[in-house]
Design a protein around this ligand. Structure first.
Ligand SMILES: Cc1cc2nc3c(=O)[nH]c(=O)nc-3n(C[C@H](O)[C@H](O)[C@H](O)COP(=O)(O)OP(=O)(O)OC[C@H]3O[C@@H](n4cnc5c(N)ncnc54)[C@H](O)[C@@H]3O)c2cc1C
Length: 426
């Protein structure tokens, strides 16, 4: 892997507010030897999960470096009411509370967020399952937020907290000593830390370097995403249709008369959808969604994401912790991937904050505590999403009848519905 040129460094040598170890620079940009800088924690990957973890660790009294091969800057704010991001996330109330605790929620512009107040799920033979925030005593089942908007706020918070951001900084190799791990960039610069966090996505370089082998299973589906104006108001409702070809079509409410679509379609159909002109795609999406919101009009180009289940045997290794997609890949039918990642970030920060007399953030005891905390939620989410994807992908008439019957039964049992919804909320 090649480096993307010399890294620009912000906030280098920042001291953590809690009095934790300050970054130590050995060598320097202009010295003859390689430049090495030493931190308590170095996070590889400034996706949403790495960006949320970094300030949470600074608040835990640690010096933190964050690297990414791409530029880590605040994207320009979109013009009011225009330029909707194709990538949107359903953020659970549990994740929103975590983002609030690091100061990244209150600053999100209210006119770019939509509350999911109700959700209607339809099976492929007409079974229906309804969820309502009101019934659960919640303001929203989830909040729909654009990637760009959330990212801008997380970058602002991370920089304000004093996180040392090294970007663009393409990770080339990792080495370990008993006391530290070192991230090497191909231009000779290096970052040393007592704990290395892999937040570098599904194809994690940190995970590979730590010798953790991921098991990957392609779903044979691609998620096609696009945004639309809709004829009728959505009234804060999200829709999801399980289709008879195993696909899943979801509409998520955006502010105003707009929806964001995630259509997890069999690969061949996804290729067709991605090749359609905008008006034809809008007509096809409206008709597949039973014209629940009348006619649709495309407002963004479509984009496709191949889907896979990815499991790792462990989230930790010597001076390594994995978070986010580096630690688990799930089907997006439950909209929970980044929520699971925020859960990892929150748990790791809580464990390191409660480290007591242990001064070493890479101590095996702390890493094992983190891994134990995350084992059950990650396994549960992977099992539920994978089972649903396979159950609704099966074509046997018996399984079809059983899955639709199951939905109808759950819909008629408010406690079962509440149990399912509460698990997703947190
Ligand atoms: C269609 C679709 C819809 C989805 N909808 C939802 C939803 O509604 N709700 C939800 O919770 N989840 C959703 N997800 C899942 C969500 O997108 C992911 O779980 C989430 O983006 C993972 O974030 P991350 O920070 O772990 O990884 P990533 O976003 O992949 O970030 C990894 C970062 O690491 C950097 N990096 C990688 N390699 C290197 C390297 N060698 N050197 C330096 N930097 C490197 C990358 O540049 C990147 O910035 C959806 C997924 C898909 C495909």
């Amino acid at each position: 892997m090649s480096a993307a040129g010399p890294p620009a460094v912000d906030n280098e040598g920042a001291r953590s507010p809690g009095g934790g170890g300050a970054a130590r620079r050995i060598g320097g940009a202009n010295s003859a030897g390689p430049s090495v800088t030493d931190y308590d924690v170095a996070i590889a990957g400034a996706g949403l999960v790495g960006l949320s973890l970094a300030p949470a660790l600074v608040h835990a009294g640690l010096s933190v470096a964050l690297i990414d091969r791409a530029d880590v800057s605040m994207p320009d704010s979109p013009p009011a009411g225009e330029g909707w991001d194709t990538r949107v996330y359903a953020i659970s109330p549990g994740s929103a509370a975590f983002l609030e605790s690091i100061g990244a929620w209150p600053g999100l512009p209210a006119d770019r967020i939509a509350a999911v107040e109700t959700m209607r799920v339809e099976g492929d033979t007409g079974a229906i399952l309804n969820f309502s925030a009101y019934e659960l005593g919640e303001r929203a089942l989830a909040w729909i937020v654009e990637e760009r908007t959330l990212r801008a706020e997380l970058v602002r918070v991370a920089k304000a907290a004093g996180v040392a951001v090294h970007a663009p900084y393409a990770l080339d190799a990792l080495t370990w000593s008993p006391d530290a791990g070192t991230l090497h960039c191909a231009d000779g610069t290096a970052l040393t830390a007592r704990l290395i966090v892999g937040a570098d996505g599904l194809r994690s370089r940190v995970r590979d370097a730590a010798g953790i082998a991921a098991v990957t299973k392609a779903y044979g589906q691609t998620a096609v995403v696009a945004n639309f104006n809709c004829e009728h108001p959505h009234r804060g409702r999200a829709w999801q249709w399980f289709l008879d070809d195993g696909g899943v079509l979801a509409w998520l409410p955006l502010p105003g008369r707009r929806v964001s679509m995630v259509w997890s379609a069999p690969d061949r159909e996804a290729r067709e959808l991605l090749a359609l002109p905008a008006e034809e795609l809008a007509a096809r999406v409206a008709s597949c969604g039973r014209r629940a919101l009348g006619t649709l009009e495309s407002i963004t180009p479509s984009a496709g994401f191949p889907l896979q289940l990815q499991k790792v045997p462990t989230m930790i290794a010597h001076r390594v912790a994995l978070v986010g997609d580096a630690a688990h890949g799930v089907h997006p039918l439950a909209g929970q991937g980044v929520n699971l990642g925020f859960g990892d970030a929150e748990a790791l920060a809580a464990v390191l904050r409660g480290r007591g007399p242990l001064t070493d953030p890479g101590a095996p005891l702390l890493l094992e505590r983190f891994a134990r905390r995350r084992a059950a939620p990650v396994l549960a989410m992977q099992t539920v999403t994978d089972t649903l994807a396979r159950l609704f992908g099966a074509t046997s008439p018996w399984i079809r009848a059983a899955r639709n019957f199951g939905m109808t039964v759950v819909d008629g049992l408010p406690p079962a519905r509440r149990f399912l919804a509460h698990s997703a909320l947190r």
